[in-house]
Design a protein around this ligand. Structure first.
Ligand SMILES: *Cc1c(COP(=O)(O)O)cnc(C)c1O
Length: 483
């Protein structure tokens, strides 16, 4: 194992020599309350610049990354993010802005946000957009708070329930609960889609909304979405679209046209911000005009040629985040949208769908595919055939690491036993997909001929199989000097 940087420390060695501050020395006690002052110096690693650089570059090379290998992680769109969009976000005119700068110095940034609002509005078919939430789940919360504010303003206090199908992303029921609603789960039918009878039974004057992902987390398009929206609207409820992952529908079909009233998009999935490293993320929440008065403040308005923040929004749910959202991510999204253009965006979705169906067709003789209709950008297959041979989906996922492939999402959605949720994305070549197909066929063969090779995997990774029970019970999360 790579040594910890603390273990490389050598007393007195240093990576930085700072100049004298050149300002009159003020006693620290005057600036910081005494009880907050450190009593002893922090025990920081003492290393040279080169030791430090090598340490972190080596560590980064231990990780799997989209820049080094295939990453078919379903639901999350771990696609390649073109570097040009990072370069745009790094332009000094954007990068060096400070959120406390006055409006007249940030007209370009406000114009970019304004233009991006228009572009996202066009893509989702809903007229109003805010970028304040920091990520997907946060966007869901914002959207549901809009819905709650809407019903409260109408004096409709009975609507306390939110319907969520059993294939929903885990954040959906969590969000509904956090926004103060009671969650009503409805079962899917045998095609993996919303069961219309179950929906009818759940609807009533106490339902505020239904949260749906379309395509759902099985990668299946809800064919009866028009009936669903009619039923929900007729019952007085609203429809929330979880568009965290818009990679299947961009330029092909719009949530607004499917009858949804509010939706969120993860800019860090479909719109070119890398994700998976803990952030920052970015989110767009779009909605019908009836929900706009409740949008987080400020919004941006255009006054002649000038852009301004609008704080005068008496019905707003308030702020959901400091300042105006994660701006650098908005620059990447805008750059991505302009670089692709309308035709390019729909081509992204078409290619993502083609790649997923190609993998599904190519693997269906080796792995059980529970829903056989064509999929959208992702599909779910099951390791149940292999499980009968004693090799579980968890084993298969670990074995994939030996071949330099990141494991897919496993054991989700819950409606499929031994699930593997695979999303190749549009950016992968046919050669990469073919290579993945041979790896999966090889692992299937091993599950018959050499099951222990799969069960003991991974063999080639820097860290071997972990004792997950021990890690969960006694997590060792930080190093301390006396270790
Ligand atoms: C990723 C995802 C979310 C959550 O987004 P975060 O940015 O991780 O909070 C919600 N719903 C779906 C369908 C997703 O794929």
């Amino acid at each position: 194992m790579e040594k910890l940087i603390y273990e490389k420390s050598s007393e007195g060695r240093t990576a930085a020599v700072l100049p004298e501050p050149g300002v009159p020395e003020k006693k620290l006690e005057d600036l910081v309350p005494p009880d907050l002052l450190r009593k002893e110096a922090a025990q920081l690693p003492e290393v040279s610049e080169l030791d430090c650089v090598r340490h972190f570059v080596r560590l980064s090379q231990l990780n799997h990354s989209i820049d080094t290998g295939f990453y078919p992680l379903g639901s999350c769109t771990m696609k390649y993010n073109p570097k040009v969009n990072d370069a745009m976000a790094g332009l000094s005119g954007f990068r060096d802005l400070h959120p406390h700068q006055p409006e007249d110095q940030i007209q370009g940034a406000l114009e970019l946000i304004w233009n991006l609002e228009k572009a996202i509005s066009e893509i989702v078919g809903l007229p109003h957009v805010t970028f304040q939430p920091a990520a997907g789940a946060h966007g869901e919360l914002t959207g549901l708070l809009l819905i709650r504010a809407y019903f409260e303003a109408r004096g409709d206090h009975k609507r306390t329930k939110v319907i969520v199908p059993d294939t929903a992303h885990g954040t959906n029921p969590a969000t509904a609960a956090m926004a103060g609603f009671e969650v009503v789960e409805i079962k899917s039918n045998d095609k993996g889609l919303v069961d219309i009878d179950a929906l009818k039974a759940a609807l009533g004057p106490d339902v505020a909304a239904i949260m749906l992902t379309n395509p759902n987390t099985l990668g299946l398009f809800e064919e009866e979405i028009w009936t669903v929206q009619e039923l929900v609207h007729k019952a007085g409820g609203l429809l929330y679209y979880d568009g965290a992952n818009l990679n299947a529908v961009m330029g092909l079909v719009r949530p607004g046209d499917m009858g949804f009233d509010v939706c969120h998009l993860n800019l860090h999935k479909t719109f070119s911000t890398p994700h998976g490293g803990g952030g920052p993320g970015g989110c767009a929440v779009a909605a019908i005009k009836e929900l706009e008065p409740y949008f987080p403040k400020p919004t941006i308005k255009k006054n002649g040629e000038r852009f301004q923040f609008d704080w005068n929004r008496p019905e707003s749910i308030g702020k959901v985040k400091g300042f105006y959202g994660n701006f650098g991510i908005l620059v990447r999204a805008y750059s991505y949208i302009l670089a692709n253009g309308a035709n390019g965006l729909s081509q992204v979705s078409r290619d993502a769908i083609l790649n997923a169906n190609y993998l599904k067709q190519s693997l269906k003789d080796n792995y059980k595919v529970p829903y056989s209709q064509p999929c959208m950008h992702e599909f779910v297959m099951s390791g149940s055939t292999q499980k009968a041979r004693g090799v579980s989906t968890a084993h298969i996922a670990k074995r994939m690491l030996d071949f330099g492939v990141h494991a897919p999402t496993v054991y989700f959605p819950l409606v499929v036993p031994e699930a593997m949720m695979i999303e190749p994305t549009e950016t992968e070549s046919r050669e990469t997909l073919n290579q993945f197909i041979s790896i999966m066929k090889e692992i299937d063969k091993e599950s018959i001929e050499a099951p222990d090779t799969v069960k003991d995997a991974p063999h080639n990774t820097p860290v071997k199989k972990l004792d997950e029970a021990l890690a969960a019970r006694k997590p060792n999360l930080r190093w301390s000097p006396d270790q």
